[in-house]
Design a protein around this ligand. Structure first.
Ligand SMILES: Cc1cc2nc3c(=O)[nH]c(=O)nc-3n(C[C@H](O)[C@H](O)[C@H](O)COP(=O)(O)OP(=O)(O)OC[C@H]3O[C@@H](n4cnc5c(N)ncnc54)[C@H](O)[C@@H]3O)c2cc1C
Length: 83
């Protein structure tokens, strides 16, 4: 019982951490492209690489849209689970 509740809590916290960190990294990369202007948009620009790579983190290891549903169910209760 204890193990199961700790595991649920860890699942929820991991989902929140991944959701937050990946959104932050994409936001930073997006702003960096803006700061560098057209130079930031070039395919060879480092910020363009970060933009692309950080965008991928929103999709893999649990797509953020799916994590949102998981977090909502963990906070509101499993009766609100939609996956
Ligand atoms: C760069 C990169 C590296 C990867 N590396 C690996 C790897 O090493 N090993 C591995 O096994 N896999 C890897 N993947 C695959 C990755 O895990 C999957 O792409 C990811 O799980 C999403 O699955 P999908 O691409 O089938 O998208 P889908 O599940 O088809 O989803 C498509 C879109 O719909 C959204 N969506 C899905 N369901 C819902 C819903 N219920 N409500 C709202 N929106 C929803 C998703 O968020 C996504 O935006 C990698 C992917 C990328 C982009």
């Amino acid at each position: 019982m204890l193990y199961s509740s700790l595991r649920s809590e860890a699942d929820k916290l991991a989902a929140i951490a991944k959701f937050h960190a990946s959104n932050c990294s994409f936001d930073c990369a997006n702003r960096s492209v803006q700061i560098f202007g057209s130079a930031g948009y070039r395919k060879t620009a480092r910020v363009a690489r970060h933009f692309l790579d950080s965008r991928a983190t929103i999709i893999y290891e649990g797509a953020n849209e799916v994590l949102e549903l998981k977090i909502a169910a963990a906070v509101l209760g499993n009766e609100y689970s939609s996956y």
